[in-house]
Design a protein around this ligand. Sequence first.
Ligand SMILES: Cc1cc2nc3c(=O)[nH]c(=O)nc-3n(C[C@H](O)[C@H](O)[C@H](O)COP(=O)(O)OP(=O)(O)OC[C@H]3O[C@@H](n4cnc5c(N)ncnc54)[C@H](O)[C@@H]3O)c2cc1C
Length: 79
Amino acid sequence: MPINRPTLHKIEAIKTENEEVKTFKFRSSELAKKNEPGQFVMLWDPGIEEIPISIANASPKGEVEVAVADVGDCTHSLR
Ligand SMILES: Cc1cc2nc3c(=O)[nH]c(=O)nc-3n(C[C@H](O)[C@H](O)[C@H](O)COP(=O)(O)OP(=O)(O)OC[C@H]3O[C@@H](n4cnc5c(N)ncnc54)[C@H](O)[C@@H]3O)c2cc1C
């Protein structure tokens, strides 16, 4: 997969961690395979912004989780 090619992922689960942080789960075998400490993805909310978010968790089954703190326009749009 070319590094700059956007891919679409359906959010399968959302977990509220606390008042500011939610964890979003989606499926991507490509991202799950490449997950290593320090890796991040560019999360794009069309019409809002594109932001860097670290991969918090990835399973061999291809489940990927990102934990997002609500601090501004783009992160708030994910609420
Ligand atoms: C490599 C990398 C990995 C990241 N991983 C995560 C992650 O896993 N989870 C997560 O919740 N956030 C993560 N961030 C931070 C995340 O990218 C920002 O919170 C996001 O870009 C804010 O976008 P916004 O449009 O919601 O806020 P904006 O409207 O752009 O900003 C709102 C407020 O947040 C401040 N702000 C914006 N970005 C940052 C930042 N990087 N550090 C400190 N303050 C900031 C701004 O100065 C402003 O006061 C990561 C950032 C980087 C560079």
